[in-house]
Design a protein around this ligand. Sequence first.
Ligand SMILES: C[S@@+](CC[C@H](N)C(=O)[O-])C[C@H]1O[C@@H](n2cnc3c(N)ncnc32)[C@H](O)[C@@H]1O
Length: 225
Amino acid sequence: MSDNLGKENWTAVDQLMESFLLPRDNALTAAVAAADQAGLPPIQVPPVQGRFLHLLARSIGARRLLEFGTLGGYSTIWLDRSLPPSGRMTRLELNPAYAEVARTNLERAGVGDRVDVVVGPAAESLPALDGETFDFTFIDADKPSTAGYFDWSVAHTRPGGVIVVDNVIRRGGILDEATAGDDAANVAGIRSFLKAAGSDPRVDVTALQTVGSKGHDGFALAVVN
Ligand SMILES: C[S@@+](CC[C@H](N)C(=O)[O-])C[C@H]1O[C@@H](n2cnc3c(N)ncnc32)[C@H](O)[C@@H]1O
């Protein structure tokens, strides 16, 4: 089976799962449409993975969420929907235009008042969050910085808290930085993160490959000890 045929099947299976399992949510549909219209790249998590993040955060009773890389707010809305009424979420986004699209999307979803938006490079935004402790963190921003974001997140996550890092497989590009072409800096960043996480006694971690409408990729999942 060619890779293209594979991707067609993966997309069809994702769509079937969406139709069987996912609730209709007009705010999420509108968020994707608004991001498309504003010219944002369509690199948000697919619906089944948004739902997966949501369920994971809910399963640990997360009240304090952190997200690196918000784009148009799609994963933010999924994660916010996992919070109890007293919960809060902080999202870090480099691009002011993306942050603005996300702000509108969050307001439309009715979650704008409990999501703090910090615009700018995440590394520069982190010191202001030094006193915080998070239950659940989703890292999905500039891949070369992933090891640093993860290290900071581990130090600011409660024992039993969860950290998810997206895009760690990169169509298998993770196997070899030397053959990753344009993606070499991202592959190098993710490989450094994986090596450091695997020997970090503060966490237990694994990574899963995924296929679906966004192709072949995967995520790492860590629980803080
Ligand atoms: C893959 S997108 C995030 C998608 C989003 N999590 C979702 O699934 O809906 C990556 C985002 O990270 C942002 N980003 C890139 N470099 C960043 C940095 N240094 N600090 C904060 N955000 C950054 C990009 O502007 C982009 O919006």
